[in-house]
Design a protein around this ligand. Structure first.
Ligand code: IMP
Ligand code: ZN
Length: 360
């Protein structure tokens, strides 16, 4: 098995395409704008780190971590979105030092940006990647060291290929959110390749009023803002409108927008990051035919098709594009022109990178 094997909806859609159609998809310059670092680590690397790790000071046992990896290997079945968040403690135990975190970041960047080993012409999955991650403190590193370790890996690539989005988690307290926003802004001002700030985590956690002041600072500093929004049917109207009041440049998922919220999104033209396999597997969307991507396509609204978390969802960017082109019911049955337009929209929705001394 290679690190790039995929399964499920994306794999089935890809398998239904002709070699010529796959080649067409490979040739399209695509931007991956919604990929979470710790949700995208290749399984072989997790296994390697787990075999070498010392769990003596870890809150989770070696057996629990290995059981988590086995579960990921065979494919996790999610009954609802909340099941998904339970996977991360095992992964976090493996990216708790600057060294293993850097190794993970390098592997995720390679997965998207290096030539795909099974591509006949050696095209990469993505022309450009905005990787996102939530900085954690561990006994081995501060949040600043976390971000520096990831940035060192991102900046090995030219500025037109890779950048970092710093994530805040809805569960965070004010002090932590303040620390992370200050770090993101400072690193950007120092010329590091931070291009935006994201809000992610359990979609029902936290009070979004508390985040307003932080996103105001992010915008004032000239960084891009992307927010996971209306990811579940339980997200309230107030929660969604509050997040929209932060004037986000892009939105993650935006699955359950009511008419008022959709009007705001359409008038602001914020690009919607669409993660088809993620929504189907987490059961926030029951079938492809009912996916909200259709509303955005009909309205000619900017979207970017993305993977979200290739590790639990066992997908890749090519597979997500296959879901666009494949005939119904395996895919959306879009035309090549429509798919080409979606790829162009993803490239047009990149956050601007700072001119950096580390740019090559
Ligand atoms: P990290 O930020 O690199 O640690 O990536 C994993 C984290 O991303 C998880 O702990 C979640 O907080 C977040 N995440 C990944 N996928 C989703 C999603 O679909 N919705 C909300 N948060 C997500
Ligand atoms: Zn996400």
């Amino acid at each position: 098995m290679s690190a790039y094997d995929i399964a499920g909806y994306a794999a089935d859609a890809l398998a239904s395409l002709t070699p010529e159609e796959i080649e067409f998809l490979r040739e399209l310059p695509k931007a991956e704008l919604h990929a979470h670092l710790n949700g995208s680590i290749p399984i072989p690397l997790l296994q390697k780190i787990a075999n070498e790790a010392d769990f003596s000071s870890s809150a989770i046992s070696s057996d629990a971590v290995k059981a988590g990896i086995e579960q990921l290997k065979t494919g996790v079945v999610f009954n609802e979105l909340h099941d998904f968040f339970g996977l991360f403690p095992a992964i976090y135990a493996l990216t708790a030092t600057p060294e293993t975190l850097a190794e993970a970041a390098r592997a995720v960047l390679a997965q998207f940006l290096e030539p795909d080993p099974v591509s006949p012409k050696g095209q990469p999955m993505a022309a450009y990647l905005e990787l996102r991650s939530t900085p954690r403190t561990t006994p081995n590193m501060s949040r600043k060291q976390y971000l520096e370790a990831v940035l060192d890996e991102v900046e090995r690539y030219p500025v037109e290929r890779a950048a970092l989005i710093v994530s805040l988690d809805r569960r965070m307290d004010a002090k932590t959110a303040e620390e992370i926003v200050s770090l993101a802004i400072k690193l950007r001002q120092e010329g590091r390749r931070v291009v935006g700030v994201d809000l992610c985590g359990d979609p029902l956690a936290g009070n979004m009023d508390n985040f307003e002041q932080y996103f105001k600072r992010v915008k004032e500093a000239g960084l891009g803002v992307t927010l996971h929004i209306a990811e579940t049917s339980e997200n309230t109207h107030e929660d969604t409108l509050k997040l929209l009041s932060f004037s986000p440049d892009r939105l993650g998922h935006a699955t359950f927008l009511d008419t008022d919220a959709r009007d705001v999104v359409f008038s602001n033209n914020a690009c919607v990051e669409i993660c088809l396999s993620s929504n189907l597997l987490c059961k926030t969307v029951s079938i492809l035919e009912e996916h909200h991507i259709r509303h955005y396509l009909e309205a000619n609204h900017p979207i970017a098709v993305c993977t979200d978390d290739t590790l639990p969802f066992r997908n890749n960017l090519l597979g997500e594009y296959a879901l666009l082109l494949a005939k119904e019911p395996l895919g959306l049955g879009l035309t090549r022109e429509e798919v080409e337009r979606i790829a162009r929209m993803s490239m047009a929705s990149r956050f601007a990178s700072p001119v950096s001394k580390t740019a090559q």
